[in-house]
Design a protein around this ligand. Structure first.
Ligand code: XMP
Length: 333
């Protein structure tokens, strides 16, 4: 497959004025491309799909149908936030699908990381396709493809091997044939953010740290159970809250909690208390190929440890992973 290259004449979008010019041009392009037809978009709430959604709402309003699939592996309040911003804020045509049970039932007992990734990726497409089949007159599929995705595809087409099978919305089943709408396909991430801010999306959404497609599924190590997943979601929310409060959130590229499938002996209220450890990870990187550790100040570590062990059911220890990439990948699975 041939991939289009970014035109050399294209100016880097670094200012609101350049972003507005890009937005105006893309609105005209999209209107011309889709006419009065409907466009479907899988809206995860990540930066790219959110910016595409906001742009297309401006261009074609309710002709855009956004589908937000909650696979049960989202972070705390993430799906609620998507509904708040897009349905309540931008009056989007948004279909919310709570597919938690579908995903967690399929994942029950599956411990192998690549099998988990494949199940999540495949099921995501099936849930999305089920929704697409219920709709009539949809001719287009919008995607938040950005230029680094195209560069990555070129690399893979040249036979370079990936370390992990990253999942993003991939090929849909044969019976669903759409033409693609990819307004961000020549933009780098920093440009997408400038465009997102110019579109009026909340700063926290536009500067959201990367979150893997399989979500908390690759941070709840081994076979996922609902109780450990719930503990992970709460512990992760505490880490994010404390990073927001001390200003680390602005400085650190990616930070999160991982919970392995092991328990250790602890003590609580004078009784034996077996619990999982929560592992903290905070890394900085330019391109995610290598990563360095962001030192978390001791007082912040102590506060996070105190809060997680006292507020989260099932966790009795907090560990801090200081391994750079390589040898550790950023995610644990
Ligand atoms: P690793 O763990 O390979 O991660 O060092 C590098 C970056 O990629 C993110 N990641 C994903 N992103 N779909 C994504 O869109 C995925 O399946 C996926 N898996 C990992 C990871 O969070 C890190 O930022």
């Amino acid at each position: 497959m041939a991939y289009e290259k970014r035109p050399e004449s294209m100016e880097r979008i670094t200012t609101p004025a350049l972003a507005n010019a890009f937005i105006e041009a893309e609105i005209a392009n999209v209107q011309k491309q889709v006419g009065d037809k409907k466009v479907l978009l899988a809206l995860s709430g990540g930066v790219d799909s959110s910016v595409v959604a906001a742009l297309l709402i401006k261009a074609i309003g309710k002709q855009l149908i956004c589908v937000h699939v909650n696979h049960g592996l989202m972070r705390k309040n993430e799906s609620e936030n998507v509904i708040e911003v897009f349905k309540n804020g931008l009056d989007a045509n948004l279909i919310y699908v709570d597919a938690t049970d579908r995903f967690l039932n399929l994942l029950a007992g599956v411990a192998d990381p690549e099998s988990k990734r494949k199940i999540i990726g495949k099921e995501f497409i099936e849930v999305f396709a089920d929704e697409a089949r219920k709709l009539e007159d949809v001719e287009f599929l919008a995607q938040g493809t950005i230029y680094p995705d195209i560069l990555e595809s070129i690399k893979q087409a040249e036979g370079k091997k990936a370390v992990k099978s990253h999942h993003n919305v991939g090929g849909l089943p044969e019976d669903l044939k759409f033409s693609l709408v990819e307004p961000l396909k020549f933009l780098y991430k920093d440009e997408v953010r400038v465009v997102g801010e110019a579109l009026g999306l909340p700063h926290a959404m536009v500067y959201r740290q990367p979150f893997p497609g399989p979500g908390l599924g690759v941070r709840c190590l081994g076979a996922i159970t609902r109780d450990r997943l719930a503990a992970l979601r709460e512990a992760d929310a505490i880490l994010r809250d404390e990073f927001d409060k001390c200003g680390l959130a602005e400085r650190v590229w990616q930070y999160f909690v991982v919970i392995p499938d092991i328990k250790s002996v602890g003590v609580k209220d004078d009784s034996r208390y077996e619990g999982w450890p929560a592992i903290l990870r905070a890394v900085n990187t330019k391109d995610a190929m290598t990563a360095s550790i962001e030192p978390i100040p001791y007082d912040v570590l102590a506060k996070i440890t105190d809060r997680i062990t006292s507020e989260v059911e099932g966790i009795n220890r907090v560990l801090y992973d200081i391994t750079p990439k390589p040898t550790g990948t950023i995610e644990w699975e």
